[in-house]
Design a protein around this ligand. Structure first.
Ligand code: ADP
Length: 587
């Protein structure tokens, strides 16, 4: 029992552990495949944002180059202190800015001083401000053009600045267009996931989550910080660190844990470089979006595992049952063999006992049968001695006749026993015609028939031919006729009828008498050895038992019945035409 319990425990543990492992692996697989599908969408989304940004930037990139050729700009740069020219350019820039849809248009002189601006009449006007520290100014002056992202020092609004040198043989100044990307950022607010644009320093300059803006994704060196401060790139904005580490890498994207404004969180992270701007576009998605897929994978894996595990258990149980069945069948077969052997032994014992009982019965009957004539013989011998002494020869002859009768009776008894002894099965069988057999039997009984004046009716078919043994069939017939004569001895007109008839594959030979018939309650015992209704000394009760045995050995049968008057005994033997060739040859 403990062994069985241990095995059950082992199987349960195995199923549980296997199941957990399966579910875990399926979860990983589900996550990977879901992210791979998701990454394609993310990639498309990133590409769309890149194009939007590109289109926007391209629209304004050409504007400073065009305006750098403007004669009004040239004129003012040549005569910077002329208030009329300034006012005219201010107004012109205001109109142009409105028409182009840019944020601010302004002109700087060679020293970085703003001479005219489209926002000249606003509180945050650039006019008079010095932008010499801005790289877009120095780049334009030195290289002809510049672009730069920065938070406006005057307005505090971040913008993308495009600059162009204004020249006329010599550098006169710089024309700048500022593009505020706030609108673009506003468009992104409703989008799925977190969108970031980081600049070449890794600082988030645009995001659809305002809290993330001006966080830096990479650590900044002291030197970098000093330079950014000098350029006033992010104006007065505080830079916060947004550190992150990779947890899982996929083909396109990775799972990163980011310590952002809402604490540490995992994101599926994809990015796209914007080489012209030297920026990077980031798309961060919440891992929860794949949790449904992961759950589905886990459920399927659990279901599959359970099916597999229970299938295996079922198979195991079936095999065990089959083994058990095989074992119990073998046990059963062994028992059957044992019992059969026991039964056979018991049967042999019973047969032995029955034989002994029969022997006892027969000995008793024989002793009884022989005792009576022997006593009579002794008495006869005694009287013979007396007769001899008295010389009565005539009486002696009579007494000797009686002695002879007694001896005859005893020899008849032993004759019966001899027949019984001969009654061994398996004798050779021959073709026997019934008519001669009947004839010989009647001859044997002729003295008795004559003595009792019996009428004999014969109806024997001359074609009747059976397979048997003539002598033994004759012996049976004599016995039947003897009994019939006994039965009708008291009748006023005793009569016997012997007839043959075809009965299927056999010939039937019947002996009928007009005696008293058989008492129905005796019918079942008629063929039992030593069954007799005749007085002691007349019947042994062996005749019918022996006859029955003889016919059975010859492949036939013997039946007794009551007719209209008297009894009818019918013996059957196989007809000759109906036996097979081999039987015929053997016969
Ligand atoms: P037995 O003749 O020595 O008695 P059998 O075996 O030949 O032994 O017969 C057994 C008994 O069957 C007879 O005692 C008798 O009662 C009954 N029996 C046999 N033949 C006839 C018959 N033809 N009619 C009536 N009874 C018969």
């Amino acid at each position: 029992m403990p062994r069985l319990r241990r095995s059950v425990l082992f199987h349960v543990l195995l199923i549980l552990c296997g199941g957990l492992l399966c579910v875990w692996l399926a979860g990983r697989l589900g996550e990977r495949s879901a992210w791979e599908a998701r990454s394609l969408e993310g990639r498309a989304q990133l590409e769309l944002y890149r194009q939007n940004l590109h289109t926007l930037v391209e629209r304004f990139r050409a504007l400073p180059a065009l305006l750098a050729e403007d004669t009004a700009v040239h004129r003012l740069l040549r005569d910077p202190h002329n208030p009329a020219l300034r006012q005219a350019l201010n107004e012109r820039l205001e109109r142009l800015n409105q028409a182009a849809g840019s944020s601010v248009l302004y002109v700087l002189d060679r020293h970085g001083q703003t001479l005219a601006a489209s926002n000249w009449n606003e509180p945050s006007s650039f006019v008079g401000h010095d932008y010499r520290f801005r790289p877009y100014f120095s780049n334009a002056l030195e290289q002809g053009a510049g672009r730069y992202f920065a938070v406006g020092v005057t307005t505090g609004i971040p913008g993308y600045f495009f600059s162009r040198r204004v020249e006329d043989g010599e550098p006169l100044g710089v024309l700048v267009v500022k593009l505020e990307l706030e609108e673009l950022q506003r468009d992104w607010v409703g989008q799925h996931g977190t969108l970031l644009i980081s600049d070449d320093h890794g600082v988030v300059i645009l995001s659809n989550r305002p809290a993330w803006r001006f966080g830096h994704l990479q650590p900044l060196s002291g030197e970098q910080r000093a330079r950014l401060l000098a350029e006033r790139k992010y104006a007065e904005q505080n830079l916060r660190a947004l550190p992150s580490e990779t947890r899982l890498a996929f083909d396109d994207g990775e799972l990163r844990r980011l310590h952002g404004p809402d604490g540490p969180r995992d994101y599926f992270w994809q990015h796209q470089a914007l080489p012209t701007e030297d920026w990077t576009l980031h798309l961060l998605q919440d891992p929860a979006v794949v949790s449904d897929t992961v759950l589905a994978y886990r459920l399927i894996a659990a279901a599959l595992w359970m099916t597999l595990a229970f299938g295996a258990l079922y198979g195991l149980q079936r095999r065990r049952n089959r083994q058990l069945l095989r074992r119990s069948r073998a046990e059963l077969e062994r028992l059957v063999v044992e019992r059969t052997e026991e039964l056979r032994r018991t049967q042999e014992g019973l047969v032995q006992a029955a034989k002994l009982a029969a022997l006892g019965q027969m000995s008793a009957a024989l002793a009884h049968e022989l005792n009576q004539p022997l006593t009579a013989l002794r008495m006869q011998l005694g009287s013979l001695q007396l007769l001899q002494r008295s010389g009565r020869a005539a009486d002696m002859a009579e007494a000797l006749e009686q002695v002879d009768a007694l001896v005859a009776r005893m020899s008849a008894l032993t004759g019966h026993l001899k027949t019984f002894a001969r009654n061994s099965p398996g004798g050779l069988r021959e073709q026997v015609r019934l008519a001669p057999v009947v004839e010989r039997a009647l001859q044997l009984l002729a003295p008795r028939l004559r003595g009792s004046a019996v009428r004999v009716e014969l109806a024997v078919d001359p074609r009747a031919e059976v397979l048997g043994e003539a002598i033994r069939v004759e012996q049976v017939l004599v016995n039947l006729l003897d009994n019939a004569l006994d039965a009708c001895a008291d009748q006023p007109a005793p009569c016997l009828a012997i007839g043959t008839r075809r009965d299927g594959e056999s010939w039937a030979l019947s002996v009928a008498d007009n005696g008293g018939g058989i008492d129905p309650q005796h019918l079942p015992h008629l063929f039992d050895p030593f069954f007799t209704t005749k007085p002691v000394g007349e019947g042994l009760g062996l005749g019918l038992a022996i006859s029955y045995g003889i016919l059975r050995d010859l492949g036939g049968s013997l039946q007794a019945a009551n007719g209209a008057q008297g009894a009818i005994f019918t013996l059957r033997l196989p007809a000759v035409e109906h036996i097979g060739m081999t039987e015929r040859q053997r016969a």
